[in-house]
Design a protein around this ligand. Structure first.
Ligand SMILES: *[C@@H]1O[C@H](CO)[C@@H](O)[C@H](O)[C@H]1NC(C)=O
Ligand SMILES: *[C@@H]1O[C@H](CO)[C@@H](O)[C@H](O)[C@H]1NC(C)=O
Length: 235
């Protein structure tokens, strides 16, 4: 491919890049960010709640202010470690430390951006792991673990500024600090040298592993926060 690219083509690409850089408002490279604003200047909970409640089909809140929830099973996949797991969540705790971090709307893109900051979120999970090697049956084992995430930000992208589409929201996370983890394993063959090396690798790179797999957990955690604090849009 590269060898057949003509110099003119490359010059064209370069010029396009320059034009986009200089005339960012020309729509060549997508929308501008000029329509983004904070409807609640201090990102206060009552204001954001009110903003969302007048635009969504929210149910009334119950008085119960739970700090934790039990999630539904999630399939995790850590591609860099050839490892997959079915996570059966026993408990996610620490929601009383969570707070709204950002809330913006963009009328041009019809998009809401909502970020929640979680401090010391603790997950107690059961895992059914499978370790994959090419052309071989997976090696399976189980684990119970407690994981504490010192600092986690989950950002949700919700389309529909005046009619938030909660069900199709997209959630991404940003993780800070080192995850504290303790675990017990079952059905691990201590003499399996291959698996032993993999587990050592996972332990040494736990921050990378959790960053990789957290994507699959974001939705349940963020939805729990939203339902408890902003808009109980399901149930
Ligand atoms: C994953 O599998 C590939 C292919 O066998 C191998 O090259 C790689 O080292 C494996 N990585 C881990 C962490 O097991
Ligand atoms: C989070 O946990 C650490 C270690 O247990 C503790 O020092 C810190 O005060 C906790 N922070 C909050 C906000 O609970």
């Amino acid at each position: 491919m590269k060898a057949t690219m003509s110099p003119l083509y490359l010059v064209g690409l370069l010029l396009l890049g320059l034009v986009c850089g200089i005339h960012a408002e020309d729509d060549v490279c997508g929308d501008t960010d000029q329509a983004t604003y904070r409807p609640c200047p201090t990102v206060g909970l009552p204001c954001v709640r009110n903003y969302l409640q007048v635009r969504s089909a929210c149910q009334s809140f119950s008085d119960e202010d739970r700090d934790s929830f039990v999630g539904s099973p999630v399939d995790l996949y850590a591609a860099n470690f050839n490892l997959s797991a079915v996570q059966t969540n026993i408990l996610t705790e620490g929601f009383s430390n969570a707070r709204l971090f950002e809330f913006t709307v963009n009328l041009e893109k019809d998009l809401i951006v909502l970020t929640v900051e979680y401090t010391n979120l603790t997950l107690k999970n059961h895992y059914d792991y499978s370790y994959f090697q090419p052309s071989e049956e997976p090696i399976t084992f189980q684990e119970y673990s407690t994981e504490r995430y010192p600092h986690l930000y989950i950002t949700s992208y919700i389309s529909g500024v005046n009619n938030p589409q909660w069900a199709s929201a997209y959630h991404v996370h940003y993780q800070e600090g080192t995850v504290e983890m303790s675990y017990e394993r079952e059905c691990v063959d201590e003499n399996d040298g291959v698996l032993d090396a993999v587990l050592k690798d996972v332990r040494a790179n736990i921050d990378i592993v959790t960053r990789e797999v957290f994507l699959y957990r974001n939705q349940q955690i963020q939805e729990f926060f939203v339902k408890r604090n902003l808009c109980n849009f399901l149930q």
